[in-house]
Design a protein around this ligand. Structure first.
Ligand SMILES: Cc1cc2nc3c(=O)[nH]c(=O)nc-3n(C[C@H](O)[C@H](O)[C@H](O)COP(=O)(O)OP(=O)(O)OC[C@H]3O[C@@H](n4cnc5c(N)ncnc54)[C@H](O)[C@@H]3O)c2cc1C
Length: 449
């Protein structure tokens, strides 16, 4: 640690005994995101060990970013000044059985909360491919799972508590705060330090998961809506080669944990005879149980198991949301690029998400299909390819995932988010001097608003 940094850390510790220098992620030297493709701009990482101290800490900083579980691939979370982690603040604060809501401290990861929620008899409506991510970070970036009737994870948010730049605590709710609330939920980390989130819950449910192999592209073309509507959550994986989708993952809700035998064939695809990883060559050890074995919602909705490395690890990711009405055309447009894409690709995933009304959500007022790319970790090659894919998808007005890699210009972002100027105004209201802004936000939001 540099001497200057060390002194700063010590003086901060003395001033804020409940905010401590946090070193667990700072491997020997550098602080990076989860995938290791991004070295953050500072190692000044402080951990809040009590809610009460967050306000004080925020008030005293001139610039900072709150870091979640570091699963974003781009610099949306980056800072050159300091980071605040709420990782130690991960308790369930309250569960309201009548209102069917749970309030959680904002450092919690889904994987920490879900088993406890299930024990109380409740569930979330959906989860992303991995349970390792922080709830606040996931909701702030419009993170999603799949399902034609399922909104992204932020659509479960019914209340939000955050510390604004002044150090004041702000509480917003779906019920009382209308447009302000709708502007704040997918907040890109720009409004303040989220300290608590209240989420809708529903009675716990069980699910079973079946995987099918080799769905012909023509079947997808002719039956896309039927395919993606055939289960509660459907994911299509492809390497774009051989005119087929390599794997189809169907996650179905079951009645009282009863297992239902699935047909051997699904639109020309064959039911798998063992658990599979989305990248078929990799071991399925880190994947959730398939083969129709019933299990709790939180062990079937994600593809990857808590306690294991999700996905491949050393990778990059990009993803584009396209209006679902254009799904087939958009998928075929990408498929035409297959020979440029595949050499750099580990796997692609296609999912669906229901529309919502959050200003900065990529599903704002449109049912969406997402086309996702897990890339080999070769940024120069991927950076050269992204504009080609974005050009091909341009007729469908693609919105990139806020937490993944894209080359979409700020002007294009501005054109696809009608509420972007209002969002920038909302940020200025809670953070007039740009305490929570960084280069990513300045470039993609404030420069065009
Ligand atoms: C292996 C892998 C699989 C993935 N699968 C999916 C998937 O299935 N679906 C999907 O949509 N995405 C997926 N992603 C993307 C990723 O999960 C999300 O963008 C991520 O959840 C962001 O949450 P985080 O806590 O890691 O945020 P970070 O990267 O730490 O931060 C992201 C943003 O949230 C802000 N933030 C975090 N916590 C707070 C807080 N308390 N207060 C204020 N701001 C805060 C940060 O400041 C930053 O702006 C995947 C990523 C990986 C690495």
């Amino acid at each position: 640690m540099q001497k200057r940094t060390f002194l700063k850390a010590v003086s901060l510790l003395l001033a804020n005994p409940m905010i401590s220098r946090f070193t667990a992620w700072a491997k020997p030297e550098k602080l990076t995101n989860w995938a290791g493709n991004l070295e953050y701009g500072t190692e000044n990482l402080y951990s809040a060990e009590s809610m009460g101290r967050v306000a004080d800490f925020v008030r005293k900083q001139s610039k900072l970013k709150v870091l979640g579980s570091r699963h974003c691939f781009n610099s949306i979370a980056d800072s050159h000044d300091s980071f605040l982690s709420l990782q130690s603040l991960s308790k369930i604060v309250s569960l309201d059985r009548n209102a069917r809501t749970v309030t959680i401290e904002a450092g919690a990861r889904y994987g920490q909360v879900c088993p406890a929620l299930d024990e109380q008899g409740f569930a979330f409506h959906n989860l992303a491919s991995l349970p390792h991510i922080s709830i606040a970070g996931a909701c702030s970036t419009g993170t999603h799972g799949s399902g034609v009737k399922n909104g992204n994870l932020s659509t479960a948010v019914s209340g939000l508590e955050f510390v604004a730049a002044s150090g004041d605590l702000v509480r917003l709710s779906r019920e009382k705060d209308g447009e302000t609330f709708r502007g704040a939920v997918v907040g890109l980390g720009a409004l303040g330090a989220i300290t608590k989130v209240t989420l809708d819950i529903q009675p716990r449910f069980t699910m079973q998961q079946y995987v099918y192999e080799n769905l012909p592209l023509d079947q997808m073309k002719d039956h896309f809506d039927a395919i993606v509507s055939s289960a509660y959550s459907v994911s299509l994986f492809t390497d774009w080669q051989k005119k087929r989708l390599n794997e189809v993952w169907l996650k179905k809700r079951t009645e009282d944990g009863k297992s239902e035998e699935a047909p051997e064939e699904f639109y020309g695809a064959k039911r798998a005879t063992k658990n599979l990883h989305p990248i078929a060559e990799l071991s399925a050890e880190n994947c959730t149980q398939q083969m129709g074995v019933p299990g709790p919602w939180y062990e079937r909705l994600p593809h990857f198991r808590m306690g294991f490395t999700p996905s491949a690890g050393k990778e990059l990711q990009s993803e584009y949301y396209v209006p679902r009405r254009h799904a087939v055309e958009a998928i075929l447009a990408v498929e035409r690029l297959r020979d440029q894409i595949t050499p750099h690709l580990m796997i692609s995933e296609i999912r669906t998400i229901a529309a919502d009304d959050f200003w900065m959500s990529p599903c704002y007022k449109q049912d969406a299909v997402t086309i996702h790319f897990t890339w080999k970790q070769d940024w120069p090659a991927v950076r050269a390819l992204l504009p080609v894919i974005e050009r091909e998808l341009a007729p469908f007005q693609p919105r990139p995932h806020w937490g993944k890699l894209f080359t979409t210009s700020p002007e294009q972002l501005r054109a696809s988010y009608e509420k972007l100027p209002e969002f920038a105004e909302l940020c200025r209201r809670y953070d007039p001097k740009g305490k929570f802004r960084n280069e990513f936000l300045n470039k993609n939001i404030f420069a065009v608003a």
